[in-house]
Design a protein around this ligand. Structure first.
Ligand SMILES: [Zn+2]
Length: 366
């Protein structure tokens, strides 16, 4: 209990004046096992299928899923998305090494193969669904399934009505018409969820993880919290409209690599400039500046990767920068940055920035 109060004190001070934070830290140095940057850190895992018969890239086999859950039960605290979000929104401490389990797309095999395992471990979890496909496509859950799972503690949230590419613009569609169309789609999906479930979380998982700054800002105005598909842990400096999740399927399903991600900390990034997610075809990005807090990170150990290659890192007065020189081509790309924690030597801070580039016709790849 005392530790919890200490953590809260340190954090409230950090959000007040930094002088107080330093004083509290100095007084509690010996006792505080956690650092301010890591106090509210948690990880969100993203799954789709739990099946051996579905596309490998978005699937874990039931055996792999069981192994993941057994590992989490032994080494982590699995918490609901609700309580994890409450923690960062209200600055209340969360159990160390907390992990949230989410699924996208509402496949029936989640109920058939995943749900019994999750029930066995008593893990709460969230599924982002497309209301127009529920009970319509035969590989999807029915509303009856949704109701049954909801009664058994599963939370359902918004993944748009019918899994559209949110950044696709129709020909001749103005920016304001595009935003209005997206707003109507998301609102109608949320209305259907509310009608079927009796609650509205206003949580949106971007289909394909795709968003841009205009969409992000509109969702902020609409009161949503939104989730991408880029890697990283969530913490007190995370943008609530572009929260990262670690994909845990296909080539990412091996516990050899997944355990490092489950154990990761949210890199305390306070600013990224330019903040740009949508990069036009064959355009370049150039220099990106990332401001971070350095209470538990040695700048010399920050490593960033883009398309499998290490990016040279330059130190700046407020953090670091890197250059992305090549042109962007249609599809999704991301920069992943990591740095080891000074105080918890077996843990890494993790942050990534996703980029989305349309095809020549202005639409986006699946
Ligand atoms: Zn999806």
């Amino acid at each position: 209990m005392f530790n919890v109060i200490l953590i809260m004190l340190i954090t409230f001070s950090l959000w007040g004046t930094s002088v107080n934070a330093v004083e509290v830290q100095n007084h509690t140095k010996a006792k505080a096992a956690l650092t301010p940057s890591s106090d509210f850190s948690f990880v969100i895992l993203q799954y789709h299928h739990v099946s051996s018969d579905t596309p490998r890239v978005t699937s874990v086999s039931p055996e792999e899923f069981e192994a993941h859950m057994a590992y989490l039960a032994k080494n982590h605290h699995v918490v609901s998305l609700e309580s994890a979000l409450y923690s960062i929104k209200n600055r209340t401490a969360l159990a160390n090494k907390s992990v949230v389990i989410t699924f996208d797309d509402g496949y029936k095999n989640i109920l058939e193969n995943g749900h019994p395992i999750l029930r066995k471990y008593g893990f709460e979890y969230t599924i982002f669904i497309n209301p127009d496909q529920i009970g319509v496509i035969n590989t999807q859950l029915t509303w009856k399934d949704v109701e049954k799972m909801s009664n058994e503690g599963v939370t359902f949230a918004n993944h748009t009505l019918e899994h559209i590419h949110l950044l696709d613009r129709k020909s001749q569609e103005s920016k304001s018409k595009w935003l209005t169309r997206i707003k109507e789609n998301i609102t109608e999906a949320e209305n259907q969820l509310t009608h079927q479930l009796g609650y509205s979380k206003k949580w949106l998982a971007y289909p394909f993880g795709e968003f841009n700054v205009s969409l992000r800002n509109m969702l902020a105005d609409m009161g949503y919290t939104a989730f991408g598909q880029h890697s990283g842990a969530v913490g007190q400096y995370s943008d609530l409209l572009s929260l990262p999740r670690f994909p845990a399927a296909g080539r990412y399903s091996s516990l050899d690599t997944l355990r490092t991600k489950m154990n990761s900390l949210a890199m305390p990034v306070t600013k990224v400039s330019p903040l740009k997610y949508l990069i036009g075809l064959e355009q370049t990005l150039g220099s990106v500046h990332v401001d971070i807090l350095l209470d538990d990170i040695n700048l010399g150990t920050v490593a960033c990767y883009f398309k499998g290659s290490s990016l040279p890192i330059l130190k700046t007065n407020t953090g670091f920068s890197f250059d992305i020189e090549g042109a962007f081509y249609a599809g999704r790309a991301r920069v992943n940055c990591t740095a080891p924690s000074i105080k918890q030597s077996d843990r890494f801070y993790w942050y990534s920035i996703p980029f989305f580039t349309p095809k020549e016709d202005g639409t986006f790849l699946d």
